[in-house]
Design a protein around this ligand. Structure first.
Ligand code: MLT
Length: 252
């Protein structure tokens, strides 16, 4: 069952759907929303269990998050749109593509990968989930931002967003990511324009993953953010905005 998401909706034109990563919320896209709304329609939801969106029932898979996004687009009477997924948002984008490929007018894959979860990754996610259930999310707010970022400027901001998440959002998301299938076989069938955007210094998802996806996609543009880690939309907002603007321009 899908839940009704809280979202930001600005501008006009072909809709760009900005899907945030883990354990974040729509606020990570604020620069892109502000800068793109003059030329395109930008929709940025909080995923189930994050930001202001409801957490009940908990998502059981990436497809549940994708179903929420489809329900949101349906409620806005939007047929085709351009999803842009950051990290876990990219995993959800692949689930969205499995559910409704005909709804894609284009896509952006931001600091994400098509690879499935590894055995050791699954184990580590469950250990983290158990720790969150026992201790809450504070340890994530302490440990994650330093690994996510190349530059420390936005560290307090990222820490604050992570600290505002809660176990009811974080634990289902960890388990959904752990159950992630291999999405690489979908790339060849994504025949619309795709912007692949990545931070050259990403310590969580190596830049090589972006290069491999761009090579496997029929119509991809690769934009490397040379001074960014895992959060290029915050570390080099103007480069990410420019890449998304070019993508939307190629679709109109
Ligand atoms: C994210 O940024 O969404 C997550 O770090 C992705 C992951 O843990 O695989």
């Amino acid at each position: 069952m899908s839940v009704a998401l809280e979202f930001t909706d600005r501008g006009r034109g072909t809709p760009l759907l900005l899907i945030h990563g883990f354990p974040l919320d729509r606020s990570i896209w604020s620069a892109q929303v502000a800068d793109l709304a003059g030329s395109t329609r930008v929709i940025a939801p909080d995923l189930r269990g994050f930001g202001s969106s409801p957490d009940d029932p908990p998502a059981a898979s990436l497809e549940d998050y994708a179903a929420d996004l489809l329900a949101l687009m349906d409620s806005l009477k939007i047929d085709r749109f351009v999803p842009a997924g950051h990290s876990m948002g990219g995993y959800i984008l692949f689930a969205l593509h499995r559910l409704a490929p005909q709804r894609f007018a284009g896509a952006a894959l931001v600091a994400t990968k098509s690879a499935p979860e590894s055995e050791s990754g699954r184990k580590a996610r469950e250990e983290t989930a158990q720790r969150v259930l026992q201790e809450g999310v504070e340890f994530l707010a302490g440990s994650m931002p330093g690994r996510m970022l190349k530059s420390v400027d936005v560290l307090p901001r990222v820490r604050k967003v992570i600290a505002s998440s809660g176990p009811t959002g974080v634990v289902p998301a960890l388990r959904a990511m752990a159950g992630r299938p291999d999405s690489a076989s979908q790339l060849a069938s994504m025949k619309f324009p795709v912007a692949v955007i990545a931070g050259s210094h990403d310590a969580l998802i190596p830049a090589a993953e972006a290069k491999a996806m761009a090579a496997a996609l029929p119509s991809a543009t690769l934009r490397m953010c040379e001074t960014s880690g895992h959060l290029p939309m915050l570390e080099e907002p103007e480069v990410v905005t420019d890449a998304l603007q070019s993508l939307m321009g190629s679709i109109r």
